[in-house]
Design a protein around this ligand. Structure first.
Ligand code: IMP
Ligand code: MG
Length: 182
């Protein structure tokens, strides 16, 4: 069974992603000129977006990564743990978090709180996808830069997975419900 057969609809094409990343790149290049930012990626859904996005941010910068894991179960309201922390000392530094998707907001909220404790000069969030309808009540955090605001559907591709699969699709697609309802 090919991956493509399980995609109901291509929501965002490769070309749309590329164009949007170029636009965001111009904004972020202006924002971070002379700020020597630390660009943080939260593994592993962000890897594809991260690799494309950083090449459009044309300023000197440092790259670093964090890896979170769920403390209990796989349910996204469960508490989170830092499985791998940054290696960079971000005290007094400008931090730009890149994320694949801002869904319930649990992981971004946790990430921002965790990084805030390290005393950075600033923290901003750039997320490729934003699903505002799914936000958990009580989360007031907002993304500073959003690639695409999408409806409440489960999407895969361009780094996003279902059961660790589909991350390598070059576009963002909506998975056929029968794939995960079976
Ligand atoms: P949160 O609910 O905002 O904390 O998002 C947690 C994580 O759930 C994200 O980083 C993604 O890995 C995953 N996620 C949320 N929505 C989707 C989706 O539509 N497709 C694939 N993964 C998703
Ligand atoms: Mg995932």
């Amino acid at each position: 069974m090919s991956m493509e057969q399980n995609i109901a609809q291509i929501l965002i094409t490769e070309e749309q992603i590329k164009n949007r990343i170029r636009e965001l790149g111009e904004v972020l290049t202006a924002e971070y000129a002379d700020k020597d930012p630390v660009i943080v990626g939260v593994l592993k859904g962000v890897v594809v977006f991260y690799a494309d996005m950083i090449r459009e941010i044309r300023v000197p910068c440092q790259l670093d990564f964090m890896w979170l894991s769920s403390y209990a179960g796989t349910n996204s309201t469960g508490s989170l743990l830092v499985r791998q922390d940054l290696k960079t000392d971000i005290r007094g530094r400008h931090v730009l978090i890149l994320e694949d998707i801002f869904d319930t907001g649990t992981s971004l909220d946790f990430t921002v709180r965790h990084l805030q404790e390290k005393g950075p000069a600033s923290i901003k969030i750039c997320t490729l996808l934003d699903k505002p309808e799914r936000r958990r009540p009580g989360i007031t955090l907002q993304a500073d830069y959003v690639g695409f605001t999408i409806p409440n559907a489960f999407v895969v591709g361009y780094g996003l997975d279902y059961d660790e699969k589909y991350r390598n699709l070059p576009y963002v697609g909506i998975l056929k419900p029968e794939v995960y309802e079976k």
